[in-house]
Write a protein that binds this ligand. Structure first.
Ligand SMILES: Cc1cc2nc3c(=O)[nH]c(=O)nc-3n(C[C@H](O)[C@H](O)[C@H](O)COP(=O)(O)O)c2cc1C
Length: 330
């Protein structure tokens, strides 16, 4: 990476172009803080429905929970009803956050069938009017998350991105796949490049940023201003160190087993503290699966972790992992 990769999103100055992409069921406060400690800068809450913010449910409070070190923070909203969007903005007006991202990318049927998430890709005019409402009522930068289109016969992200820019958004996040692709199939670098060429606001790309090589490919092939990392950070907060090493032309060393065990233990304790020991343990199980992906005894360890009933048992299992796993496969 040769050029200066600092990005400005509205009044929000980021020193690095590596962003932690929002993930439903994953991007809670412990996960964000962990990834920040490894170098992630901007991070997002998971997607929150504007209706549930209006109802102020306990689950929503947990999704919105933040603290002083959890910055810069983006809150991601999904919805399509102006009255609930306005109500959500009113509820959020007392909270501390740096940016609001509006989701027009979620491919889940329950969401799109109600015209929300990626459903809005079919209605650029409606998306434009919803974004105008948000921009008008919020004094912080507003961004939008889109996909390349609904399916391969309707690649319309240039139109959608222009509609968003016209509404006054400060940046566009684009996942280089169609709604129909979900999370599989190849990333459409060419379409992201067209979106980047068309807009005069920053474009942040996501899709398969699993390594520095793939990050470099994304930058080189699309000219994007930044990359947002999602699955590459699951069980792998080191990806942000890898990106920074790449950024600074330094060598990246993969974590040792001791290091992975240490981070898992910290992550588990943070989940227990944030939710409760019981709920935190349940929440942590999927992360354990991701941390141990590709390791020799992973299946057996996961079964044991699934059966672990207490924090002590889970921590003992992590110690067992540390003591008995020789090294990461190459
Ligand atoms: C488990 C999971 C949950 C996700 N939830 C959200 C979400 O709430 N909001 C969003 O904009 N994107 C969400 N995404 C999409 C990611 O932010 C990202 O755009 C996409 O996964 C492509 O990046 P990747 O290839 O690095 O995973 C989710 C992805 C995954 C895997």
């Amino acid at each position: 990476m040769q050029k200066d990769y600092a990005i400005k999103i509205g009044n929000l100055q980021l020193s690095k172009p590596f962003i932690l992409s929002p993930m439903a069921g994953v991007s809670d406060l412990p996960f964000r803080l962990l990834n920040r400690s490894f170098g992630a800068e901007l991070a997002f809450t998971e997607m929150i429905d504007v209706r549930s913010i209006s109802y102020k449910s306990k689950k929503t409070e947990q999704m919105l929970a933040s603290e002083a070190q959890d910055t810069p923070l983006g809150i991601q909203l999904v919805g399509n009803e102006p009255e609930f969007i306005l109500k959500a903005l009113e509820v959020l007006s007392t909270r501390t956050f740096d940016l609001l991202d509006f989701n027009a990318a979620c491919p889940v049927r329950k969401v799109t069938s109600r015209g929300k998430g990626a459903g809005l890709l079919k209605e650029p005019k409606k998306l434009n009017s919803l974004l105008k409402i948000i921009v008008k009522h919020l004094s912080r930068p507003v961004t939008v998350k889109i996909r390349t289109g609904w399916d391969r016969n309707s690649i319309n992200s240039k139109t959608v991105a222009l509609a968003a820019q016209d509404a006054g958004v400060a940046a566009v996040f684009i996942h280089g796949r169609t709604k129909a692709q979900g999370y599989t199939g190849s990333v459409d670098y060419a379409t992201i490049a067209q979106v980047k060429k068309t807009l005069n606001i920053p474009v942040i790309a996501s899709g398969d940023i699993f390594s520095k090589v793939l990050a470099e490919k994304m930058f080189n092939e699309t000219g994007c201003d930044g990359v947002a990392i999602a699955r590459g950070a699951l069980g792998n907060p080191w990806i942000f160190k890898e990106m920074l090493a790449y950024h600074n032309h330094k060598k990246f060393h993969k974590p040792s087993i001791d290091n992975i065990a240490l981070v898992m233990g910290e992550h588990l304790k943070a989940c227990a503290q944030f939710y409760s020991p019981d709920k935190g343990l349940i929440r942590f199980r999927k992360f354990f699966n991701w941390y141990t992906k590709g390791l020799p005894n992973a299946r057996l360890m996961r079964e044991k972790m699934c059966r672990a009933k207490t924090m002590q048992e889970a921590l003992a299992l992590i110690e067992d992992f540390r003591a008995n796993t020789k090294s990461m496969p190459k």
